[in-house]
Ligand binder design. Structure first.
Ligand SMILES: [Zn+2]
Length: 151
């Protein structure tokens, strides 16, 4: 008789050592209140038996140089691609150091990265619960910037 294969156990996604060090360095760029809110929200996320299996929150960008901001501003204007920002170099909260803004994505169990609006809205709830001063770009009335959090 054939033996039924055991169902694969879904494992929570994990960062490599290098990726973990990059996350620590990016988090250190944030102003203390935002960094603390992110750390609390992340701890609640990975402590939740359901959420931790859906993906792992990661900081994709915290501080951004004015030169990089100008490159992003050019996208969708003088360069191809969709418009991703309305701020020129020096105008974004990402251009301050320490940075009062950070952007979040998710590492999925299959190793892909995701900017899922559903996952980001769930994480936004934890960020706002961690610190009421946190504003989520997904709550903005016009240009919705769901990966974006700021204080
Ligand atoms: Zn942002």
């Amino acid at each position: 008789m054939p033996v039924a294969k055991p169902k694969p156990v879904r494992a929570a996604p994990q960062l490599s050592g290098v990726q973990q060090r990059i996350q620590t360095a990016r988090l250190a760029q944030a102003v203390p209140s935002l960094g603390a809110a992110y750390a609390r929200a992340l701890a609640r996320w990975v402590g939740d038996p359901v959420l931790r299996l859906t993906g792992l929150p990661i900081i994709t960008e915290c501080y951004r140089s004015p030169e990089r901001q100008d490159e992003l501003y050019a996208q969708g204007r003088s360069k191809p691609g969709p418009v991703v920002t309305y701020k020129r170099g020096g105008e974004s909260r990402h251009n301050q150091l320490p940075a009062p803004a950070l952007d979040v994505a998710f590492l999925l169990p299959d190793g892909e990265f995701s900017w899922s609006g559903l996952l980001l809205s769930k994480f936004a709830r934890l960020m706002k619960a961690a610190d009421a001063r946190v504003h989520w770009g997904g709550d903005w009335p016009r240009f919705k910037d769901r990966p974006h959090f700021e204080v």
